[in-house]
Every structure is written in C-alpha cells, then in structure tokens.
Design a protein around this ligand. Sequence first.
Ligand SMILES: C[S@@+](CC[C@H](N)C(=O)[O-])C[C@H]1O[C@@H](n2cnc3c(N)ncnc32)[C@H](O)[C@@H]1O
Length: 221
Amino acid sequence: MKQIIDVIAKLFSVKRKRVSTSDPTFILEKLYSSIDGFYISKAERERLKINDTSFIYGEISSESFTEALAIAQPQAGNIIYDLGSGTGKAVIYAALIYDWKKCVGIEFLPGLCQVSQALLNNFLCMKEIHQHFSHKHFPIKFIQGDFLNVDFSDADIIYLNATTLNPVLWDKLTKKLNELKQGARVILSTKKLEESYFEKIHQALYPMSWGDCTVFIYQKK
Ligand SMILES: C[S@@+](CC[C@H](N)C(=O)[O-])C[C@H]1O[C@@H](n2cnc3c(N)ncnc32)[C@H](O)[C@@H]1O
C-alpha cells in the first residue's frame, strides 16, 4: 500500500513541476516558437549575396547564457550589448532576468534585425509580461548596422558569439574592445582577448545550437 502511495505521490510531484508562465525560459520559448533565425539569416545572406563566415548563424542556449551572465555578475543599472544579436533572443532574455539601464542588440543583417524589433513589440504585449513583469522596465534597443560603426564604449557587459568571425573583422573588433572601460566584462565564444588588456575570469564548454563551444569571460584591466 505504501509503495502505491509513494508512486502516486511521485507522479503528482512530477505533474506539479510544470513550468510557470512567469519563467523567463517559458516566455522566450513562447515568443520564439515560430521563429527560425537560421532560415532568416540564410535567406538574407542569399538576398544580399554575402558569403562571409562572420554572418553564419548560431545561437546560445538560454541555460548557457544564464550561467555565463551569472559569472559576469551584472549589477542593477549596468549596460549590456550583444554584438551580432541575430533575432534578439539573448538581448530579450537578459532584459527579463536582470535590471539594466540599457540592453542593446546590434545586428548587420536587416531581415534579422527587423524580426528582433517585431518580436520586441510582441514581447511587450505578451499577457505573461503584463501579468508577472508589469513593474519591470525593459530598456531594450535593436540597432541595424555594423558593430564596428557603433559606439559601445559605455558597456558594462558585452556578449559576443564570435566563433565564425573572420580574422580581419576580429582584428578590428579587438581594437574597439581594448578601449572598453575598466571592469567591463566580455562573454566571448571561441576567440580569445589580449591578456595585456583583459583578465580571463572564466573558461568552460557550453552547449550552443551547433554543439559544445568554449566560452571565455574576460574583465577589462
Ligand atoms: C552566431 S550569430 C549570434 C546570434 C546571437 N548573438 C546568439 O548568440 O544567440 C552572429 C550574428 O552576428 C551577426 N554579425 C556578424 N558580423 C556582424 C557585424 N559586423 N555587425 C553586426 N552584426 C554582425 C551575424 O549576422 C549573426 O546574426
């Protein structure tokens, strides 16, 4: 009899583990349920005849991003940039789980940036946002353009999915990153920063949409 009760109790507890509608991961999955960033990116690259590895699409998982952000220790009122923000998933997710002064995504491909802006509008109208986050501020902005031409020197945290960036672009970008303010953190996939400018505070393998990938977290000296 006790065994039967235990089994029923276990089943009941499994049932009760349903994801809450206030869970940021649930909200993100709902918002992006019909969005395929890979498809949009491929169509945009074909349309614009872009054949540069820098524009290959890939996404960080919300679990990996949560972990990496926690290590970067955002403080209330910080500013974050996602350099190459794709459909804006990481930017919207970061805005949900921390309180920022500014949360900015910069994306070169117009089709991807337009989708991120449209999704931001949908996000702000979601019933889950009105229900559970009505007092939260979402200072999110998406900029369409080349991140080399945008001033991000006020960043406290930079997220950069840099795995496929070509060496010429990477060289120019590191020069801008070297100008970041002291204490700024950079969450970076695959590529490394110059240790004369940055202290490496973390390195680990994280699952990405294309498989496991080394993520480095640096702090500006
Ligand atoms: C690997 S995806 C990362 C998407 C998102 N940040 C994530 O991690 O989930 C890289 C993105 O950077 C964009 N990109 C590449 N070079 C860029 C540049 N110079 N300026 C702005 N965006 C760029 C690509 O179009 C692509 O959408």
